[in-house]
Design a binder for this molecule. Structure first.
Ligand code: SAH
Length: 475
């Protein structure tokens, strides 16, 4: 972080603005609206200053800037339009240890002024550290559109009830749950619509009711990797959780959507390290929910596709606890999309099977039927057994030139696609020395894959002509 974000209370605080033009005027207006006592120094003032001059908190001083003018001022604005004078002001402010904003010069500034969405008491400040004011404005506009003006009313309403809610719920978790429910539920609608009486009734009823002793488990699919592939519901529940019990592979960018002070517990598999078993995860989940926590159990892809979500639900049901499943984009959908492979196709594939080469009892998949009759087969957890998968399918009578594709780290910045056939893929993947999760897609549709490769491997594969890639897809 290049700057420390801070909201400063300037009520009655002495501030200095150097500059009597339009820019200076804007700064003065903003300082006065925050209640500051503003002294303006300039050789000349544009006429608009006269209208403000009656404000008792404003002093206009017709003079050239001089370091001795800095007295008790907390914050100083250099808005003279003369770079040399502005630099002189910045130096004087630095010498006096005061915050100084030099208009249009982030380098010289010790404080920068953000673009603001004002729904007082709710304030959103946006800054690009002076790198792109236009971008800051654009982001501010986007946020403006998300927050109706009546949000201001909702924030004030929450402020008015804060003490009462605090007195009712001594426990911080319970208090947060109450507010989460209130600020997203019917109460918020009432306030935003201006029905304050209705809102008050809901609030009073809520405070009189006994809050549930137990929490809830949200078993949430986090998608295959790209944070933008989260669902809106996943985003909302992740943001509301007290505890995030997450698979180790979940990207930090996704975890960043949770509350900063949520408890994060990484669980599940991690190659090469001892990892916590499914039974322990189930027990932990049950224990947390029983103790009243709202737990987001965040799993890669979809919780119900090779995700063992079913076992966690069974444990929660057995304990009589509340739970909810939020589906996610499974690796097959995410990776296929990222590689441009349609999993079904009117001519090439009328069905698709999600399979794994691993089972809990070491039984084998039905190799005779898999991939026959134009069926697409997607193998999860197949990277380590790729050779066996291809050999078994060939032995079961599948074509030796049947297209096969390996996608590693699909949908992420590290995505790699290796194309081949049942005969060639395993060797190629071996040579590529991939790391990270890998998904295998077998069937004629795999031949439509877009090459995301670069460098040597791409050139090598470009010479390969087993099936044309979709038109225009080669880099
Ligand atoms: N519930 C998950 C699957 C968990 S099993 C889902 O619905 O996607 C873990 C396997 O998923 C990995 O071995 C790999 O085969 C696949 N996988 C998950 N994310 C992947 C990714 N980003 N790229 C390629 N394969 C992935």
């Amino acid at each position: 972080m290049d700057y420390f974000p801070l909201f400063a209370r300037l009520t009655g605080a002495p501030c200095l603005v150097a500059g009597g033009g339009q820019v200076g005027l804007r700064k003065v207006r903003r300082l006065l609206s925050a209640g500051a006592a503003v002294e303006v120094v300039a050789d000349e003032f544009i006429p608009d200053f006269e209208a403000l001059a009656t404000d008792p908190r404003l002093t206009l001083r017709r003079a050239r800037f001089d370091a001795s003018l800095i007295r008790e001022h907390l914050l100083i604005f250099a808005a003279t339009g003369d770079p040399a004078v502005n630099a002189e002001i910045a130096a004087a402010a630095a010498a006096a240890n005061r915050f100084c904003n030099v208009v249009d010069d982030a380098e010289l500034s010790s404080a920068i002024i953000p673009a603001v969405v004002d729904r007082t008491p709710l304030l959103v400040a946006v800054s690009t550290g002076g790198e792109s004011p236009v971008m800051a404005t654009r982001v501010r506009q986007q946020i403006e559109s998300l927050l109706p003006h009546s949000t201001s009313r909702l924030a004030r309403f929450a402020g008015e009830w804060r003490t009462a809610v605090k007195q009712t719920f001594a426990d911080a978790d319970k208090r947060r749950h109450f507010w989460q429910d209130m600020l997203t539920g019917p109460l918020a609608h009432k306030v935003l619509e201006g029905d304050m009486e209705g809102a008050r009734e809901i609030m009073e009823r809520g405070l009189a009711a006994t809050p549930p002793a137990r929490g809830v488990a949200w078993i949430v699919g986090a998608g295959p990797g790209d944070p933008e592939l989260l669902t809106l519901k996943a985003l909302r529940l992740l943001g509301a959780a007290d505890v995030v019990l997450h698979d180790r592979l979940i990207a930090p960018e996704i975890l960043a959507y949770a509350r900063r002070d949520a408890e994060f517990i990484p669980v599940g598999k991690q190659a090469g390290r001892e990892s916590i078993g499914q039974q322990e995860i189930n027990d932990l989940l049950v224990r947390l929910v029983e103790s009243g926590k709202r737990v987001c159990r965040l799993k890669g892809g979809d919780p119900f596709i090779f995700g063992r979500g079913g076992e966690e639900v069974a444990a929660l049901r057995a304990a009589g606890l509340s739970w909810q499943i939020v589906p996610g984009i499974t690796a097959a959908s995410g990776c296929a999309a990222a590689a441009g492979v349609p999993l079904t196709h009117r001519e090439l594939a009328r069905s698709v099977v999600f399979a794994t080469a691993y089972t809990s009892d070491d039984s084998e998949p039905q190799w005779e039927t898999l991939g026959s009759d134009g069926q697409t087969v997607v193998f999860y957890m197949g990277l380590g057994r790729l050779d066996a998968i291809c050999t078994k399918l060939l032995a079961a009578g599948r074509r030796s030139d049947l297209p096969a594709l390996l996608i590693a780290n699909g949908t992420t910045g590290q995505q790699r696609c290796i194309r081949g056939t049942l005969t060639t893929l395993a060797v190629r993947v071996n040579e590529a020395e991939l790391s990270g999760p890998g998904l295998v897609i077998i069937g004629d549709v795999a031949g439509l894959a877009v090459d995301h490769l670069s460098g040597e491997l791409a050139n090598e594969l470009a010479e390969d002509n087993w099936l044309p890639a979709a038109a225009g897809n080669n880099p």
